[in-house]
Design a protein around this ligand. Structure first.
Ligand code: KG4
Length: 317
């Protein structure tokens, strides 16, 4: 059973091919790098439309397979940018109709968790999923994935990206803020906004920009922004471990590339006698392999989208 997965919830197009044993046979991706400013949903959709077919070909070449070898098409059905999601769904439906193979729409966030489990060996983790568009603390409880905490406004990665653009460091902001933060000399107090199990980054973002505009050094503001925001993330993850009574912690999403966040989360995990996992960076960010693997899991569990049906996931077998 061979599944091709198409990802495109935000600015990155990804195509992956995975077999039913979880062997990743191919994973190809292409991000949209905006000339200036952030990601525009229409531009993301245009980028996907231009890159999906070449990436399908790249994936087939990588895996040594042909279109006729494919048994299932999986696509990211959300959450994400509307125009981007429509483009991906249209491509997936076309492929399914053309090859006369079943199709399944998968949840992008759960895709991150499942590829993380596949590539790290984690079995039942509390997952901190932090990317440009999402910030969630997720765990599996009583037969369902549940969101234990999430951002109430902007995502962690988006906060770093907006800060970086506002102070002239450019996009994407995460790696630039991380680099600057390494040369800090002092911590500057910023608003710490954990609300119950949820998080808010917009006030912190505004305060960090104001501190920079008031003359604080860019290195100190970057350091303080990271320390404050990451402490908030670690606090909620820590509480989720206790609520869900788990012994594993996993970090994923594009922001997982940050070494300071990894260090803080690994320390907290160790203090709670939890195993800490992080997938290879290649599978931390958005990728097509995670969508293909989710397709395999949903197929194994008898859940595949009927091509004629527009809304509900139906039993396939
Ligand atoms: O998951 P991802 O690849 O895609 C989207 O969410 O679209 O995540 C991208 C995010 C961006 O916000 C980027 O600034 C952030 O991941 N990022 C980082 C680092 N590298 C990428 N954030 C913090 N530190 C990094 N080293």
């Amino acid at each position: 059973m061979i599944c091709i997965g198409i990802e495109g919830t935000a600015e990155k197009t990804g195509v992956g091919i995975v077999d039913s044993e979880g062997n990743i046979l191919a994973s190809a991706g292409k991000p949209l790098i905006p000339e200036k400013g952030g990601i525009h949903p229409r531009e993301a959709a245009e980028h996907h439309a231009a890159t999906i077919v070449p990436l399908i070909n790249d994936s087939l070449n990588q895996s040594g397979l042909s279109l006729d070898d494919l048994d299932l098409v999986a696509f990211s059905r959300g959450p994400g940018l509307g125009p981007a999601l429509r483009t991906v769904a249209t491509a997936a439906r076309s492929l399914s109709l053309m090859l006369k193979i079943p199709i399944v729409g998968v949840n992008h966030c759960i895709g991150h968790v499942e590829i993380g489990k596949l590539t790290t060996g984690a079995v039942d983790p509390v997952t901190l999923y932090v990317s440009g568009g999402n910030t969630q603390i997720i765990a599996y409880e009583y037969g369902r994935y549940r969101v234990f905490g999430e951002t109430l406004d902007v995502a962690m990665g988006n906060c770093l990206d907006q800060f970086s653009r506002s102070v002239g460091l450019g996009h994407p902001g995460g790696p630039k803020v991380e680099k600057m933060a390494k040369n800090y000399s002092k911590y500057i107090e910023l608003p710490y906004t954990v609300k119950g199990m949820d998080l808010s980054f917009s006030g912190l973002l505004t305060a960090a920009i104001r501190k920079y505009e008031s003359g604080e050094s860019i290195e100190d503001v970057c350091y303080s922004l990271q320390e404050t925001a990451f402490s908030m993330l670690v606090e909620v993850t820590e509480r989720a471990i206790a609520h869900a009574n788990k012994r594993e912690v996993m970090l994923c999403g594009g922001v997982a590339a940050n070494s300071r966040l990894r260090e803080m989360l690994a320390t907290m995990s160790e203090e709670h006698y939890c195993e800490f996992y992080m997938p290879p960076v290649k599978y931390c960010g958005d990728n097509g392999a995670m969508i293909a693997w989710m397709g395999q899991l949903m197929h194994k569990n008898g859940l595949v989208k009927d091509i004629k049906d527009t809304g509900v996931i139906q039993k396939y077998r």
